[in-house]
Design a protein around this ligand. Structure first.
Ligand SMILES: [Zn+2]
Length: 264
């Protein structure tokens, strides 16, 4: 796949530089404290020029690693696309399809750290399905359309060309309290609440937040996590952004084939 190494330089306009400066200011507390879990608000100290470079360097690195790849209703993925470094996950629900038990390597490491931190607070959640091939997503989509009709299906289920699960950076999760099902009840469980509060500390966001369908194209999914790295996840969490809003604001990210993102 294209790692899109040049996009940062190409898009480093004066506008996005200003956004990044504003961003680095709001990131101060979490960025420097090792993400304590308290929402730091705007109480952090002003960053020096060197600190600002650090945030910008982290963003460049995450961009080069393909962490800001987008797949949605306006930005599709080729049927034969497959991420390069798919890695088997450690904490999964056993009775699901084993071919979906993969994420990109960095996301798996982050998921493990998140899971182990939650375990220390007696919280357990596991992935149900993470990476999905075009063929697998096509089966899900076809089943959903058959059961609910195309219009309803399109609110929570994705066509295979539009599913974020194909990036290797997304996973659905569940917990025992809801019998390991993928359900909107997950948000009311201890695990669901823990994830909503802490996932960003490990680089994950709730990809389809409540009431943001206009921006993301999908209704609220408390169970669907997307890995974007700690720097961006923290920014998105603190400012209640969607990934679409963040990428449009900063000019970061691309489609899976490296081409420019379409926003509307
Ligand atoms: Zn999902």
């Amino acid at each position: 796949m294209s790692k899109n190494n040049n996009s940062w330089k190409l898009r480093a306009t004066a506008g996005s530089a200003a956004v990044l400066l504003a961003m680095s200011l709001s990131l101060t507390a979490c960025d420097m404290s090792g993400a304590s879990g308290e929402n730091p608000g705007s109480s952090g100290s002003v960053l020096s020029a060197a600190d600002d470079m650090t945030v910008s360097d982290k963003l460049k690195e995450d961009e080069a690693n393909g962490l800001f790849v987008i797949a949605n209703k306006l930005n599709e993925i080729d049927p034969d696309y497959e991420p390069e470094d798919l890695t088997e996950m450690t904490y999964y629900v056993e009775d699901r399809d084993p071919t979906t038990r993969y994420m990109r390597a960095e996301a798996v490491e982050a998921f493990n750290r998140m899971h182990e931190a939650a375990e220390k607070e007696d919280i357990d959640f596991r992935m149900t399905t993470a990476y999905r091939s075009h063929a697998f997503q096509n089966i899900l989509w076809t089943q959903n359309v058959k059961a609910r009709g195309e219009e309803e299906a399109n609110k929570t289920s994705a066509r295979p060309e539009q599913s974020e699960h194909r990036t290797g950076l997304a996973t659905d999760i569940s917990c025992e309290d809801v019998n390991w099902q993928v359900t909107s009840k997950f948000k009311d469980t201890d695990a669901g609440k823990w994830v909503a509060k802490h996932a960003h500390e490990y680089g994950f966001i709730i990809r389809y937040p409540d009431g943001r369908e206009d921006s993301t194209g999908y209704t609220y999914e408390s169970w669907h996590l997307r890995y974007v790295g700690v720097t961006v996840a923290t920014e998105i969490w603190e400012r209640d952004l969607t990934l679409e809003e963040f990428l449009e604001e900063t000019g970061l990210g691309s489609k899976a084939d490296g081409s420019e993102i379409v926003f509307e």
